[in-house]
Design a protein around this ligand. Structure first.
Ligand code: MG
Length: 165
């Protein structure tokens, strides 16, 4: 059987007025956006960490430290692509991505197709291999009271060559 590896990713960012809300590389119409050193795309960060985790390649902070001015305002799809390339260099190909964004407002379902397409394009995958789900926090905790957004992701990689991991 081919070697199959799984990685998990999680991220949280504060919401603030005057910031752009980017999720999976798609700009979302919203009164508040996410704060962070990069574009603060919480979904792309969670998926990046899941890929890195499955590849045994550390975490996003290791590869893109928020103390590095190069990543100020950076498009987080760049991090995602880097993680994909790093996995590929180890002979690991992405089988599928599943993810959840937890955000109280705005409702995101009208963006699902655009986000899946953008992530799939960035990772070089068919859209049916990329899943994005949306939840609210039922008004509970910092996410539920509109102070933050969270994202979770699981990624499965399959070994495609004899390269050592
Ligand atoms: Mg982050």
């Amino acid at each position: 059987m081919d070697e199959v590896r799984t990685g998990i990713g999680w991220d949280v960012h504060r919401l603030a007025r005057g910031r752009v809300l980017m999720l999976g590389g798609v700009m979302i119409a919203s009164e508040a956006g996410l704060e962070g050193h990069s574009d603060a795309d919480v979904l792309s960060h969670a998926i990046t960490d899941a890929i890195l985790g499955a590849a045994g390649a550390g975490d996003i902070g290791m590869h893109f430290p928020d103390s590095d001015p190069r990543w100020a305002g950076a498009n987080s799809l760049l991090f995602l692509r880097h993680a994909r390339d790093l996995a590929a260099a180890r002979g690991l190909e992405i089988l599928n991505v599943d993810s959840t964004v937890i955000l109280e407002t705005p409702r995101l379902k009208t963006y699902r197709t655009a986000i899946r397409q953008k992530l799939a394009e960035t990772l070089g995958l068919d859209v049916d291999r990329v899943s994005v789900k949306f939840k609210t926090a039922e008004k509970l905790g910092p996410v539920g009271t509109g102070q933050a957004a969270e994202a979770q992701a699981v990624v499965t990689l399959v070994k495609t060559s004899g390269k050592p991991t």
